[in-house]
Ligand binder design. Sequence first.
Ligand code: UT7
Length: 323
Amino acid sequence: MIRSVVRGFGASLPKRVMTNSEMEEKVDTSDEWIVQRTGIRQRHIAGEGETTASLGEAAARAALDKAGLTAADLDVIIVATSTPDNTFPATAVNIQNRLGMHHGAAFDVQAVCSGFIYAVATADAYIRGGLARRVLVIGAETFSRILDWNDRTTCVLFGDGAGAIVLEAQEGSGTTADRGVLTAQLRSDGAHKEKLYVDGGPSTTGTVGHLRMEGREVFKHAVGMITDVIEAAFDATGTTAEDLDWLVPHQANRRIIDGSARKLGIPLDKVVVTVDLHGNTSAASIPLALNVAASDGRIKQGDLVLLEAMGGGFTWGSILLRW
Ligand code: UT7
């Protein structure tokens, strides 16, 4: 059985770090409120010349280096983003060109904060279906550019950055002892589309628009949706919370992360948390967190790793993989 195995990982963050105390100068908020309600202490904000494609390119180069590969070795590039450099072409083709790659295919996936989960699931389907042997999967965002910087209920929450992994076809035995993606669980429900959305777009206002969120409403649904897709991943593979080495959640809010882990009986010392450093970077948050925990030696080859996310749409999903 063909499995999609992680061969390399990398990330890139904008140079500029913005602390909560700098936020206090912009809107009526406090470091205490932000830390207590979200766990966020700082975020990176893209500066002049830094865009979703430039951050994605840097993350991609780091992942290719780690894998010992070049763009010539890739078949497909998939970029998860809700903040593309342009409405079209896809940010993926922009990055493809920046990498000097002129073969294969490149396209974007748009599932907001669940984007990386959707992109990995798509890459895995391409690989297992024989359409590609190596896929570069990138989550890249510049949410700072769609924030309403006068709205304290949203502008304190988000940050910019990019992370990437290279997935490669490898023969497995078909058991959960295999390295690679073991299951992908995807969900969406557009009935919730107005709870977290951008109030503009090419076909409506002709403008880019700003992010709008009913935070409390999103929060209310988050833990239930996250635990639903995690339990589905356990059911699909016959694994349990005890088998996990690491939970790498989407980093929106420390309270959502802790609540989901507690509900599933996953000890907090097995949970990778980077929301304090990066804020919510939407589709970039999981690959950024993976990069931190794999670089500092926490995630090791052979570890069972669970990824999960929930966000605008709503969309939600999980990936269980052996590193
Ligand atoms: O990644 C996609 C998924 N997104 C999420 O997962 C976000 C989900 N939602 C959340 O994380 C939380 O709902 C928030 C962090 C957005 C808000 O936390 P909360 O505990 O739900 O707060 P709240 O919205 O109920 O607001 C509590 C109070 C309000 O004041 P009153 O009405 O009680 O007087 C807000 O006006 O906090 C006030 N408030 C703030 N105060 C200081 C809202 N934003 C701020 C702020 N600074 N930045």
